[in-house]
Design a protein around this ligand. Sequence first.
Ligand SMILES: Nc1ncnc2c1ncn2[C@@H]1O[C@H](COP(=O)(O)OP(=O)(O)O)[C@@H](O)[C@H]1O
Ligand SMILES: [Mg+2]
Length: 340
Amino acid sequence: MAETVLEAGNLVKHYPLTRGVVFRKQVGAVKAVDGVDFRLGRGETLGIVGESGCGKSTVAKMLVNLERPTAGSIRYKGEDITRLSGRALKAVRRNIQMVFQDPYTSLNPRMTVGDIIGEPYDIHPEVAPKGDRRRKVQELLDVVGLNPEYINRYPHQFSGGQRQRIGIARGLALRPEVIVADEPVSALDVSVQAQVINLMDRLQSEFDLAYIFIAHDLSIVRHISDRIGVMYLGRIVETGTDTEIYDHPTHPYTQALLSAVPVPDPEARERRERIILSGDVPSPTNIPSGCRFRTRCWKAQERCALEVPALAVPAWFAAGGGPAAHASACHFAAEKHVVP
Ligand SMILES: Nc1ncnc2c1ncn2[C@@H]1O[C@H](COP(=O)(O)OP(=O)(O)O)[C@@H](O)[C@H]1O
Ligand SMILES: [Mg+2]
């Protein structure tokens, strides 16, 4: 396995839920992220997938220090960055950059593309001295497939796909080792999504980048991810290589998500079993006891309400020589070939 660049350990973000205006009283907590673990190797991509509201963006924000974790650790090359401050924090942050979901709202409409891409140099002038900036920004435009002569244009003069390229160029400006991309193609037309993903793929090998690639749909992360973590209500419920997750999902939630992914082959579509989940996702202020997925799970039994299933490699799976890193947080994890 590649050298670990980023590692989350029991990462938690609870937002206090308060009542009253004068005497603010905490009446509960929104458990947006409720114990997330993962490791990311150098140059690798970890895809994080889950329905809207499951805590993906909150994880992303903690990784780039836009939110402070309630508990847990984030290690960059072994060092817990949640404990750093000042100069040490600044130096580490340079190496972990974010690409945002919506290129329509994340770029300042009053700034030129050159100023947007070069803005990170204001905070880290050591990377690009003033006299060198314009050249660096033009180089970045070229790297993401935009004409360097566009440097003085404004965001509204670009299409959605081009704007996301600008967002990516900005993310690259400080030459980070890790890019956290929060649904980078969700706001784009389907026809443009593949182009942006291909670009990110190329940049990854060119700059030896590690990605956390977030999506709400399993079909988007498949081609770019080495490993995938499936999130449900603040936790990762299954994790494994892309092939393991797609071909041999063991958690009922992953099986349900996969059964909803469109299959182009009509015959395969016929053979496939569609799993329709009952009910809605419970509120993160009121997480079910035991297994948090049990209220929507067709396999749920008494044990599921009593015991929290650990994210672990199922015993039958390990005994059968299954890949060691394919873990599932289910008491009744079972292989089921959903997509033929
Ligand atoms: N600042 C906040 N205060 C309170 N609740 C929040 C805040 N940010 C996010 N949440 C809640 O945390 C949960 C997870 O949100 P988010 O991380 O944005 O999910 P996702 O990106 O997977 O859609 C949601 O229920 C959301 O409403
Ligand atoms: Mg989000």
